[in-house]
Design a protein around this ligand. Sequence first.
Ligand code: ZN
Ligand code: ZN
Length: 136
Amino acid sequence: MNVRNCKMCGKIFNYVVGPVICPRCREAREEKFQEVKKYIDEHRGADILEVSEECDVEPGQIHQWIREERLQFADDSPIKIACEGCGTMIRSGRFCDKCKAEMTNGFRDAMGLNKTSVKEPAHRETKSDGNRMRFL
Ligand SMILES: [Zn+2]
Ligand SMILES: [Zn+2]
């Protein structure tokens, strides 16, 4: 049994997998998520600070939901987060399209498509028998 302290309330609970948060806090956080989602739906012009204050939730938590691609924003929403690769402002996820494409290429390289195994031709040793001509 893996007993841990909940990161949010400090209560001891039986930890299984994922973030170190007890079931009760997990549920509370899920309710908070629904509240944030609803607020964003109803206030499309709201930025992260406003959502954070109105819903009483950490801006960092909102960022995390955006990274997890759980929150959807209207095209005119001011809410954007920085790409973890280049800092371009994006609307969801962790990376912009450009970085995603680059990572796909990097992945391909890592798979070893540019691996060239050049084998040197084996040297054939020419042995001379050592026949000597004798001049008489
Ligand atoms: Zn807790
Ligand atoms: Zn990027």
